[in-house]
Design a protein around this ligand. Sequence first.
Ligand code: NAD
Length: 298
Amino acid sequence: MNIAFIGLGNMGSGMALNLHKAGHQVTGYDLSEAARRSHAEQGLRIAASALQAVEGAQAVITMLPASQHVESLLIGTPQAPGLLAGLPAGTLVIDSSTIAAETARKVAHAAQDKGIDFIDAPVSGGTAGAAAGTLTFMVGGSDGALARARPLLECMGKNIFHAGGAGAGQTAKICNNMLLGVLMIGTSEALSLGMANGLDPQVLSEIMRRSSGGNWALEVYNPVPGVQEGSAATRGYTGGFGTDLMLKDLGLALENAIATRATTPLGALARSLFAAHSLSGHGSEDFSSIIKLLQPPA
Ligand code: NAD
């Protein structure tokens, strides 16, 4: 298939390369010159603009930071219409960014008006899952659009869930990430307490991983540098899931909780802690660096 892949960042990189390795004709584009160059070196065809990337594409996949990026790229403004305006009917558009469910529904309606199949398909699994092609997709949209997208999603992930209609994938994603934010803070807190008592973080991590406190952060995303080979913490909190992206997701969860009158006290507290962490200069570090907020200065 001819696929345009827009957004070759920490996640989009592995995803686009896996589609390429599976034999699809992938044309990538990213605003960042460094990302364009490094993917050209890895054999991806690179376009000079998003508009050029989608020329002749049967499917368009976006992996961008937040709602505003997706909305401006796909819908745009009356003065500067986005990509949907120029795509032929029958094109398949998949947005895998984590954005507001409301924005995903807005894009879905705009796509429907043009006879374009659109699904929101945010992911879980981190950069390691993106590189290994083992992501979990949470899909919102019609059965028909998901059936068309499934062979492409299978090149990038191993679990594909149909959460419901347009926007439902995004709603599932913010529930998951609210839980992840809380779990990372809880895990960091427990490890910090143990270390303050002289415990070896490696030993304590193993004890908790195999006990009732076991969770995904302890399994594959330990926040203490050196405890896990290949973790973002061990890489100096680089190249993973940015604190500011987690802050965005917790903000989406909080806005949703306000709109639906749901009670999410730990999600709200987690958002405040990640906001404080970002304000003190850690916004671009991996979100597991939240452990720094809970430890006495070295
Ligand atoms: P990132 O910041 O590493 O990558 C985003 C890329 O989009 C950047 O390279 C940026 O230059 C590019 N970009 C922004 N606007 C663009 C535009 N208009 N046209 C072309 N390129 C544009 O972010 P990421 O970590 O890859 O995350 C992407 C999305 O996936 C976010 O919504 C994030 O919340 C979600 N997500 C991230 C992870 C993770 O572990 N990093 C996991 C699951 C979901």
